[in-house]
Write a new protein. Structure first.
Length: 202
């Protein structure tokens, strides 16, 4: 039975960019006919706040939500709020990218009204000069991005469901619009004949 996507009051999502080739993303080699990639997906919540996902790939095998990181260096992974990035003798705290992509998935779940089992969150370090250590989850990857995506072989969405999701995300009207407030009309000016009548009475 085709998936019925209805407007969701809690969040809406919109992707202004739908890829038709892999030229601008050379680290991911996928058939664009089977893996529909959308870029810069913005999810707008009911309160007005937004969440943005770098890449969303819609396929029969689920929806891949990818947080791309182009930084170089060594990263100390942790399940906490922050990771540590090392560059030479310098170190700095960065937000945990796994938590970030999990928040993006949660936002898309609300916008598309789909269960979490339909989503595959992942963090891709794409510089080619990244070293990961510590408690690194399986969905944090520094190489083999295409193989990772293709490792998911269970069919979750039909062709019509994929088309419905892509259509919902790429239709501008799916964006939340500010509430329209009618503007107050300016006071009515007296007509010429009325003004003349008033002048005569004075």
């Amino acid at each position: 039975m085709p998936l019925q996507l209805q407007p969701q009051p809690h969040a809406t999502a919109y992707a202004p960019y739908a890829a038709t080739s892999t030229e601008d993303i050379p680290w991911l080699f996928l058939d664009m006919r089977a893996y529909r990639r959308l870029g810069l997906v913005t999810i707008r919540h009911l309160g007005g706040s937004t969440t943005r996902a770098n890449h969303v790939i819609v396929s029969n095998y689920g929806i891949f939500v990818i947080e791309e990181n182009t930084e170089t260096g060594t990263f100390q992974a942790s399940p906490g709020m922050n990771w540590t990035q090392y560059r030479g003798e310098q170190s700095l705290e960065i937000p945990n990218p796994v938590r970030q992509v999990s928040n993006e998935v949660q936002a898309l779940m609300e916008a598309l009204e789909l269960p979490g089992s339909h989503f595959h969150p992942a963090v891709f370090f794409t510089s080619g000069h990244t070293y990961l250590k510590g408690e690194v989850p399986d969905n944090v990857i520094a190489e083999g991005f295409t193989d990772y995506v293709k490792s998911f072989k269970k069919v979750m969405l039909s062709d019509s469901q994929v088309e419905a999701i892509v259509a919902q995300l790429t239709t501008p009207k799916a964006q939340a619009k500010p509430e329209h407030k009618p503007q107050a009309r300016p006071p009515t000016q007296p007509t010429h004949s009325h003004k003349t009548h008033l002048d005569r009475k004075q």
